[in-house]
Design a binder for this molecule. Structure first.
Ligand code: 13P
Ligand code: SF4
Length: 406
């Protein structure tokens, strides 16, 4: 059924978005507490056996180190840059979404891959690894509020509507940001589309525009808009697709006139960064370099000196000369780590209120210990397995993305 044929569905805010401020604070040191204490903020995380609730951070650390050593080469731990320090320290490989997907595709030895990141990343790892390898997400509740803003059935409805109006796939090419369900990646694979991350959105736009007249970009309107503007596509050539409105809130004429159709999704972490924060940083440090992630709003990206993917932010700050000053618009766990790893530079977060990504934060080290102890006991807890038919189609779109870098 298409959106034009059904009533608009009520606006629902993903639970992950509602929980986003659960760990906001003014102290930039985010200290891991026992799971029991972190549960007191009222968050709805996956239930674990009672023993793990009370374990202290150092007891957890000892346990993880011990099981990791026992499992040896059978286990690889992947960690996204936004994971808390107490988790990322165990990662065999650290990276942004793109780098981690390349690592998953190259990993052939480990029987188990524990993915310390969020659900869509673990799905991607499952799609790119061999069928015998098992991918584990330590806390099944670690989703992504942006990915939750694009339900697969709404994306299918939208595609049906767009095909009804535009008729042919060379009229429109779907691109989905990595931060989306495997089913949306499959939609892209099946319809001549591609996946991108913030590291290669620019190349994915070129790829798509060489194959079709316009782009449907899901689910982050800001990454889509910032990428399009950088290519010289004008603001009035872009429209927003709201999943809650018939035809996304557009007329058939507006759809035919558009060059880029932006799904109405956003990242609750990166949309907190504002041009005012950049002005404040420049007042305090006249020599500051401001670098932000492209999930930030257009005005923030325009006011920054540099914008780029998580990996680009890491490279820029790491390679900068001693004494330089960096104000960063991205997730606080990464900013804190960069500040620690670059003591010869001044590195700080643009936002004075410290708000970690609430869903990345759900990977508390106690969950990692729980799943690793499961493996030691011969049980795979929290395996992420994408149904084969979906995985086959999603892999097409992912491999098109990986080919952009080859
Ligand atoms: P990258 O890892 O592609 O920079 O994306 C950032 C992000 O928000 C991951 O969820
Ligand atoms: Fe999702 Fe934003 Fe968190 Fe990334 S930082 S996982 S896009 S909510």
């Amino acid at each position: 059924m298409t959106t034009s044929a059904r009533d608009p569905r009520p606006v629902t805010i993903p639970i992950t978005e509602l929980e986003q401020s659960a760990f906001c604070q003014t102290d930039s040191e985010l200290r891991t507490r026992t799971l029991e204490d972190e549960f007191k903020t009222g968050v709805e995380w996956q239930k674990v056996p009672i023993r793990y609730l009370k374990l202290k951070p150092d007891e957890i650390s000892e346990g993880i180190a011990e099981v990791k050593a026992e499992l040896g080469k059978d286990l690889t731990i992947l960690g996204h840059h936004y994971q808390r320090a107490d988790v990322v320290q165990y990662a065999d490989f650290r990276g942004d979404s793109f780098k981690l997907s390349q690592m998953a595709a190259a990993e052939r030895e480990a029987k188990y891959v524990a993915f310390c990141g969020v659900h869509f990343m673990a799905e991607t790892a499952d799609i790119l690894t061999s069928p015998e390898q098992e991918i584990i997400l330590p806390n099944l509740a670690a989703g992504c509020s942006m990915a939750d803003m694009a339900r697969s059935e709404d994306a299918e409805d939208a595609w049906g509507d767009l095909m009804g109006i535009l008729g042919e796939t060379d009229e429109i090419v779907p691109i989905t940001y990595m931060n989306s369900t495997a089913a949306i990646k499959a939609l892209c694979g099946r319809n001549g589309g591609i996946v991108c991350t913030s590291s290669n959105a620019d190349k994915a736009f070129d790829w798509a525009l060489a194959r079709g007249k316009r782009i449907l970009f899901l689910p982050d309107q800001h990454l889509g808009r910032n990428t399009a503007l950088a290519k010289g596509i004008k603001a009035d050539e872009m429209i927003i697709w709201s999943p809650f409105k018939p035809l996304g809130g557009n007329s058939p004429e507006a759809i035919r006139r558009s060059k880029v159709i932006l799904w109405e999704g956003h990242c609750s972490v990166h949309t907190r960064f504002t041009p005012q924060q950049i002005d404040d940083a420049r007042t305090k440090y006249p020599d500051v370099n401001v670098i932000v992630h492209p999930e930030c709003i257009q005005e923030t990206v325009a006011a920054a000196d540099i914008y780029g993917s998580t990996e680009k932010i890491v490279q820029e700050v790491t390679n900068a000369p001693a004494g330089s000053v960096w104000a960063i618009g991205t997730e606080i766990n990464l900013v804190n780590r960069l500040a620690k790893e670059n003591p010869d530079k001044t590195v700080f977060c643009l936002d004075p209120i410290v708000c970690p990504c609430a869903t990345m934060y759900r990977v508390h080290p106690a969950y990692l210990l729980w799943v690793l102890e499961g493996l030691r006991g011969g049980i795979t807890i929290n395996q992420i397995k994408v149904p084969e038919a979906t995985a086959d189609e999603a892999r097409l779109a992912l491999e098109r993305m990986l080919d952009l870098a080859r």
